[in-house]
Write a protein of this length. Structure first.
Length: 132
């Protein structure tokens, strides 16, 4: 039926976005955004193509004071073209939740919007592109 065809097409596109999210991403080096960035960040992501689970790490450096957070865990779930990510770490046996972030695809780039958390640690908004 028509609904089955639409559903299969939707799942096919959803799977494509899940594949596309895998790999290394950065917001550093975009000449059009020089002076607009508050942080330089690198992401390394893996995505389960069947259920959309996202796992990864982020390294982020505040350009104002040089403060860095490295190997911060990323967890989330890609729903079609966007996801809410939790950024956290374990230090001295305690689970620290740093931030919640919404990412979404816009063509070949990922748009990043900080939903909660400290802007000293992560950018409020930025754009990432794949560097694999």
């Amino acid at each position: 039926s028509g609904i089955d065809i639409l559903y299969k097409d939707y799942k096919k596109v959803e799977r494509k976005f899940r594949e596309k999210l895998k790999g290394k991403w950065t917001n550093e080096g975009d000449f059009a955004r020089i002076g607009k960035e508050s942080h330089y960040c690198d992401l390394e992501l893996s995505t389960d193509v069947d259920d959309g689970e996202i796992l990864g790490v982020i390294d982020c450096r505040n350009l104002k004071d040089g403060f860095e957070l490295n190997n911060v865990s990323i967890n989330g779930n890609l729903k079609f073209k966007s996801a809410i990510l939790t950024l956290s770490d374990v230090k001295h046996g305690k689970h620290l939740k740093y931030a919640k972030v919404k990412i979404s695809f816009d063509g070949k780039i990922i748009k990043w919007n900080l939903k909660s958390g400290d802007e000293n640690y992560f950018p409020k908004s930025t754009i990432f592109w794949n560097i694999d």
